[in-house]
Design a protein around this ligand. Structure first.
Ligand code: FAD
Length: 502
C-alpha cells in the first residue's frame, strides 16, 4: 500500500468520479429491473485509482463495520479481485448488498479525504463490484471450525440476525435462525425492491451462511410458536439473539385513514416484493392498484413505495412531505431517481383528512401547506401549518410511509425489559435483561440502516462469545500488528482456525 500511496496526489488521480450506467427512466418504470448496472472491470479499476491510500483514512472509521477500504481498493488496482473480496468479507458478509444500499454519502464516502477537494471515491460502487464478482465466481470464505457444542438461536433473519449467525457459526456453534416470513432476509427481501436490490443477490449472500452451517427455520413466529423463555429453557439454546427489526408501521390517525385504498408502505412493499405481486399472473398475490397514488413521507421507504407504485401502473404518483427537500431523510440518489421517473413532489405539505367516495373508498385527500418554524427536538425546523392554505388532491390510493415501530410480539410474550418506546432494552454489550439473551438492529435502535444492523449483530456475537467463554480470536488479534488476510481469515488468527478456500 505504501508504495502506491507515495505516488498519488489529489492532482494525479482521475479528477472525475467514474460514472455508472443506469437504465433509462422511460424504460425502467415499466419493469422491476435493477436501475444501476454496476461497474465493469475497467470502470472499477479507473475509480480505484482515485483512492489516495491515505495513511490515516477517514473512510474506515466512517464504516460501521470498519472494512479496510483502502486495502480492498488497492487490491482492485492490482486486478486482484479475490484479494479485494477477502479484505471486505473479513468484516462484512454482505458486500453485494451493502455496496448497493448503504448510505455511503454519510458513512465511508462522507469521510473520504478525496471528497474534501473532488467528488469522493465511489466506495459503495467498488464494494458492489467486488461483491457481485464474488457471487458470479461463487467465492465464499469458509473457515474450518471446531464445534464448541453450543446451540445458538437467532430470532429474525434480517442483516442483524444474519451477521450474528455468521459470527457464531464461525465460532463453532450450532446456529438456527428463526424467521416469521416464508423466506429469510428481513427488509432486504420484503422491503427493498428488486430495482434497487435484486432478490437473487440477497439469496446468494444467504447461501454463504448456509454453507457455514447456519440453519434457517422459516414460517416460525417466535412468541407465538414458542417464547424466548422456552428457547433458553426446554428448547436448550445456550444463548439467543433477537433481531426482529422495526416492521410495525405507524399511521397518522387522521380522519378517513381506515378507508379502502389506504395502506402502509410495508404492506405494499411486502406484497409486491416478497409475495411477488409484481410477477402477476405467475403469482396471484392481491394488491391494490391505484391510478392516482399519494405516498406520505420522504424516507427511503417512501421512495421505494413511490417507485413501486409507478411500476405497478399508476398514472400519477405524488409524494407528500411536511418539510422541505433539504430535510427529507431519503438518500439524495433515491430522490433523484424518483424525480427522473416522473414522481411529483409536494414539499411543505401535510395531510389533514382522507376523503370518502361515499362507498368506503378513497376519493382524495385534504392537505394543508406548511412553513418551517423553530427547530424541534431533532434539530430540524418544525413544520407549521399555513392558515387558510388547505386544498384537495384527487387520488384513489394513499400509502403511509411515515415510520415504523418495534415488532411487538416478542415484547408481549416474554419478560424482557423494553424501553418506553417499546424497543428491547439492552446494555452497551447488547445484553438484554434476560441472561444469555442479546438483541440488536432496528429492534433496539428503531429504524436505522443495514450496515448498522449488521454491526449490532456482530457486536452481540462478541458478547455472546464472552458469555459462553468461547475464545474470541477476532478480539485476541485486534491489537496485534496487521498481518493481512488469507481467504478472509485474518492471518493472525491462523493459530486458532484452520482455513480452506471454497
Ligand atoms: P429486519 O431487516 O427488519 O429483519 C427482521 C426480521 O425479523 C424480519 O424478517 C421479520 O420478519 C423477522 N421477525 C420479526 N418478528 C419475528 C418473530 N417474532 N419471530 C421470527 N421472526 C420475526 N437501510 C439502508 O441501509 N439502506 C437502504 O437503502 C434502506 N432502504 C430501506 C427500505 C425500506 C422499504 C425499509 C423498510 C428499510 C430500509 N432500510 C435501508 C433500513 C434497513 O433495511 C433496516 O435498518 C435493516 O434491515 C434492519 O435490520 P434488522 O436485522 O434489525 O431487521
Amino acid at each position: 500500500m505504501a508504495k502506491t500511496a507515495k505516488k498519488k496526489t489529489i492532482r494525479t488521480i482521475p479528477q472525475q468520479r467514474t460514472p455508472v450506467k443506469e437504465l433509462e427512466p422511460k424504460v425502467r418504470v415499466k419493469n422491476f429491473e435493477e436501475v444501476n448496472c454496476g461497474y465493469t472491470l475497467a470502470e472499477a479499476m479507473n475509480e480505484a485509482e482515485r483512492c489516495l491510500m491515505c495513511p490515516d483514512p477517514g473512510c474506515i472509521a466512517g464504516c460501521p463495520v470498519n472494512i479496510n477500504i483502502p486495502k480492498f481498493i488497492e487490491a482492485i488496482t492490482e486486478k486482484n479481485l479475490r484479494g479485494a473480496y477477502d479484505v471486505i468479507s473479513a468484516s462484512n458478509l454482505l458486500a453485494a448488498v451493502c455496496g448497493r444500499v448503504c448510505p455511503q454519502e454519510t458513512q465511508c464516502e462522507g469521510k473520504c479525504i478525496v471528497g474534501d477537494t473532488l467528488e469522493p471515491v465511489a466506495i459503495g460502487r467498488l464494494e458492489r463490484f467486488v461483491g457481485d464478482t464474488a457471487i458470479r465466481e461463487k467465492w465464499a470464505n469458509l473457515p474450518y471450525v471446531e464445534s464448541t457444542g453450543y446451540k445458538i438461536g437467532i430470532v429474525g433473519s434480517g442483516p442483524a440476525g444474519m451477521a450474528c449467525a455468521a459470527d457464531m457459526a464461525k465460532a463453532g456453534c450450532d446456529v438456527t435462525v428463526f424467521e416469521a416470513f416464508h423466506q429469510a432476509g428481513g427488509v432486504l427481501k420484503y422491503g427493498i425492491p428488486d430495482f434497487r436490490l435484486p432478490n437473487p443477490v440477497v439469496d446468494a449472500e444467504i447461501e454463504n451462511l448456509r454453507k457455514l452451517g447456519v440453519k434457517f427455520e422459516c414460517n416460525t413466529l417466535v412468541g407465538r410458536l414458542f417464547t424466548i423463555e422456552q428457547m433458553r429453557g426446554e428448547l436448550g439454546y445456550d444463548a439467543v439473539f433477537i433481531g426482529t427489526g422495526a416492521g410495525y408501521p405507524s399511521m397518522l390517525g387522521i380522519p378517513g385513514d381506515s378507508l379502502n385504498g389506504v395502506l402502509s408502505a410495508n404492506e405494499l412493499l411486502t406484497r409486491c416484493n416478497l409475495m411477488r405481486a409484481k410477477d402477476f399472473p405467475n403469482f396471484d398475490t392481491p394488491i391494490p392498484l391505484g391510478k392516482h397514488v399519494v405516498v406520505i413521507g420522504a424516507g427511503n421507504t417512501a421512495m421505494d413505495a413511490l417507485r413501486v407504485s409507478k411500476r405497478l401502473g399508476a398514472e400519477n404518483v405524488y409524494c407528500v412531505y411536511r418539510r422541505t427537500r433539504a430535510e427529507c431523510p431519503a438518500r439524495a440518489e433515491e430522490v433523484h431517481h424518483a424525480e427522473e421517473e416522473g414522481i411529483e413532489f409536494h414539499w411543505l405539505t401535510a395531510p389533514v383528512e382522507v376523503l370518502d367516495d361515499g362507498k368506503g373508498n378513497v376519493r382524495g385527500m385534504r392537505c394543508i401547506k406548511m412553513e418551517l418554524g423553530e427547530p424541534d427536538d431533532s434539530g430540524r425546523r418544525r413544520p407549521v401549518p399555513v392558515k387558510g392554505s388547505e386544498f384537495e388532491f384527487v387520488c384513489d390510493q394513499i400509502v403511509f410511509a411515515i415510520g415504523t415501530n418495534a415488532n411487538p410480539i416478542i415484547g408481549q410474550t416474554s419478560h424482557l425489559k423494553l424501553n418506553k418506546r417499546g424497543y428491547i432494552a439492552t446494555n452497551n454489550d447488547l445484553a438484554t435483561s434476560m441472561a444469555g439473551v442479546y438483541a440488536g438492529g432496528d429492534i433496539v435502535t428503531g429504524a436505522a440502516t443495514v450496515i448498522e444492523a449488521m454491526g449490532a449483530g456482530r457486536k452481540a456475537a462478541r458478547s455472546m462469545k464472552s458469555y459462553l467463554k468461547i475464545r474470541d480470536t477476532s478480539e485476541e488479534v485486534a491489537g496485534a500488528p496487521d498481518a493481512g488476510t488469507f481467504f478472509g481469515i485474518d492471518l493472525r488468527e491462523q493459530n486458532f482456525a484452520r482455513i480452506r478456500a471454497a
